[in-house]
Write a protein that binds this ligand. Structure first.
Ligand SMILES: Nc1ncnc2c1ncn2[C@@H]1O[C@H](COP(=O)(O)OP(=O)(O)O)[C@@H](O)[C@H]1O
Ligand SMILES: [Mg+2]
Length: 393
């Protein structure tokens, strides 16, 4: 999904709310805390020295408790809030220096925002509401209706264009908000707790919708949430904010396994790792030794144990699981190895929840190989690895 290019890079961004940010910035330089600054100057540090990059095509979730600076952060990204200092680069260009006209252009074409609650105009139809942003931008009626209809189609409201907002459920109204943001076909979608007001079922459905939309269109989405389940479900990566700082950035599993501090750990406490992690997230090749056999196939063995080998062909496909006892890899041939393989060995698909792999790993005599749906070898899960992973929760 992501092609690993940074689309947005934030460097040393600060936001101080108040009359005299210079004084607050000096105090920050001298090591003062957010609380000290508030006590002495009455000013609030909204975001403190944030630096991170968002990759093209990813869903990047910003998570944190209320007041941690999430909304400030996302508004800094399109300069609805002006940074006190720092740079914000969109495709390598610093947008903190843009004039009003250029900035407006960026907001129209590059970054659209969806808010938690936004006003639908009660006297306007769903189509007109979806087209509203375009109307403000001066797009003519025919064009804006066409684009609004496309956006409504995308969010599953294609048939409801002539309805009025009061005829829609809360979830459907929120979809109109999403459609409005999509009419610009923005490169980046900024969503500030966009689903937080929805009831759980509709919320879940919207999360699925967003994942689908993102897959189809490869849009970059920056999604604010204070809900961990939501963050883990939709986030390719999560940034965790605490008191204006970004304290950790990583994939859900990276953060879960290695929380940066107690605050992060508290967030992840009680999360059922076995449900959230996929077998492929856990499968390890790290501790494995790789030997080339007859110049054609690779044999992976766990370097600490060497009890079982996993024969992988030139296309990275798993060909067999082999008990290594009595086998000399320097002289063994592929044919001989294949003759030794365990018949009907088990395997786990990489997209299976870890939970579903538990029993299989527990009952297997060998670390169970994990493969993608197309057969590509991802690694193995041993009993030790399974226990280690689960004991982190
Ligand atoms: N316009 C503002 N003026 C003064 N302080 C603000 C303003 N907006 C936000 N803050 C303060 O900045 C901090 C971060 O707020 P916010 O970004 O809204 O947090 P979150 O979205 O994580 O709940 C809070 O302490 C909040 O009170
Ligand atoms: Mg907020």
């Amino acid at each position: 999904m992501t092609d690993n290019t940074d689309i947005l890079s934030i460097r040393n961004v600060f936001k101080v709310f108040g009359e005299d940010p210079d004084t607050a910035m000096k105090m920050l330089d001298n090591g003062a805390t957010k609380d000290e600054i508030f006590e002495k100057t009455g000013q609030t540090v909204g975001v403190f020295d944030a630096s991170f990059s968002v990759k093209k095509g990813e869903i990047f979730v910003i998570m944190g408790l209320s007041g941690s600076g999430k909304s400030t952060m996302v508004r800094l990204l399109n300069r609805l809030i002006e940074p006190t200092s720092g740079t914000i680069e969109l495709n390598g260009k610093d947008i903190t220096v843009l004039g009003d006209a250029d900035l407006l252009d960026v907001r129209r074409k590059e970054m659209s925002m969806v808010f938690q609650s936004f006003a639908l105009m009660p006297h306007m139809t769903v189509l007109e509401n979806a087209a509203f942003g375009l109307e403000i931008s001066g797009v003519d009626t025919k064009e804006r209706n066409k684009r609004a209809q496309e956006a409504l189609d995308q969010v599953g409201l294609g048939e409801h264009g002539s309805s009025y907002p009061h005829q829609l459920s809360g979830g459907m109204q929120q979809r109109v908000g999403l459609a409005r943001a999509l009419t610009n076909d923005p490169t980046i979608l900024l969503m500030d707790e966009a689903f937080s007001a929805l009831d759980p079922l509709i919320r879940y459905e919207m999360q699925g919708e967003l994942i689908r939309l993102q897959k189809e269109q490869e849009r970059t989405i920056i999604f604010i949430s204070h809900d961990l389940d939501e963050a883990i479900r939709i986030g390719d990566r999560i940034a965790i904010m605490e008191g204006g700082r970004v304290v950790q950035i990583g994939t859900p599993e990276e953060i879960m396994r290695n929380p940066a501090d107690d605050y992060v750990e508290t967030f992840f406490k009680g999360v059922d790792v076995s449900k959230l992690l996929k077998a492929g997230d856990v499968a390890s090749q790290e501790s494995s030794a790789k030997v080339l056999i007859n110049g054609t196939m690779n044999l992976f063995t766990q370097s600490d144990k060497h009890q079982f080998g996993y024969l992988i062909d030139g296309d990275d496909k798993l060909q067999g699981v082999i008990p290594m006892e009595g086998i000399d890899t320097t002289t063994a041939s592929v044919d001989a190895l294949m003759g030794q393989q365990i018949d009907g060995h088990g395997l786990i698909y990489s997209d299976a929840p870890l939970k579903d792999a538990l029993k299989q790993v527990a009952q297997s005599d060998y670390p169970v190989p994990v493969v993608e749906r197309n057969g590509t070898f991802r690694g193995v899960i041993s009993k030790d690895l399974m226990l280690q992973t689960l004991s982190h929760s």
